[in-house]
Design a protein around this ligand. Structure first.
Ligand SMILES: [Ca+2]
Length: 183
C-alpha cells in the first residue's frame, strides 16, 4: 500500500486580493464547497500558503513513490478571458519546483507537479514549505477570477517507520494504524 503523508495548508504567506481570509482555512480540505477567489483579473494575481510539517523529512530515497504538490482550481465568470496558472513549491523564499502553462477550465481540476530527485534533494527545511499560485489573464473581456479549492502536498513517510494495518477480525476491519520504529 502506499505510504504517504499529506501536508495541508495551515498558514497564509501572500493573500493578495484573494478572499475570504484566512485563505488556508478554505483550501486545507478536499471539499470544492469551500474555496478562495482572486477577484476579477486585470493583470496577474498571486497567493501563497504555507504547508504543515507533517511527519517531516522522509530522509531517504523513496523514488518508487512520487513527491507531489497539488492545487485544485478553476476559472470563474463569463467566457472572455483565459486564465493561465503557474504553481510552485517554495522552501521559505527559495524556489524548489514549478509547473507553468496551466490553462484553467470552468470546472475544478487538480493540477499536480511531481518533484524530480534533484528537487527533492534541494529541500533542507521541512518546516517551511509553501505553495504559490500565480495566474495571468489574457487580454479580453469579460474578466475572470481564479478560484482555488484545495492545496496540499503528498510525500512518502519516513522509511525508519513502518505501518501495520490491523487484519480483518470477525468481519470488521481494524482501522487503527500503528507506527513502529525499526531502528
Ligand atoms: Ca476547499
Amino acid at each position: 500500500m502506499s505510504e504517504r503523508q499529506q501536508l495541508y495548508a495551515d498558514s497564509d504567506i501572500t493573500v493578495g486580493t484573494y478572499t475570504p481570509t484566512p485563505l488556508w482555512d478554505e483550501v486545507d480540505n478536499s471539499s470544492d464547497a469551500s474555496f478562495i477567489t482572486s477577484g476579477t483579473h486585470i493583470t496577474s494575481k498571486t497567493c501563497e500558503v504555507g504547508l504543515n510539517t507533517g511527519e517531516g523529512d522522509p530522509g531517504v530515497d523513496t523514488a518508487s513513490l512520487p513527491w507531489r504538490y497539488v492545487v485544485r482550481m478553476k476559472q470563474d465568470g463569463s467566457p472572455g478571458q483565459q486564465l493561465t496558472a503557474v504553481i510552485s513549491l517554495y522552501q521559505s523564499t527559495t524556489l524548489i519546483a514549478t509547473r507553468t502553462g496551466i490553462a484553467l477550465t470552468t470546472s475544478f481540476v487538480s493540477y499536480g507537479d511531481n518533484l524530480s530527485d534533484a528537487e527533492v534533494a534541494s529541500i533542507t527545511d521541512w518546516t517551511d514549505l509553501r505553495v504559490r499560485v500565480v495566474t495571468t489573464g489574457s487580454v479580453g473581456l469579460p474578466r475572470r477570477s481564479t478560484v482555488i479549492s484545495s492545496v496540499y502536498a503528498l510525500f512518502p513517510i519516513r522509511m525508519d517507520r513502518t505501518r501495520i494495518r490491523g487484519t480483518t477480525i470477525g468481519g470488521s476491519v481494524a482501522t487503527t494504524i500503528y507506527d513502529a520504529t525499526l531502528n
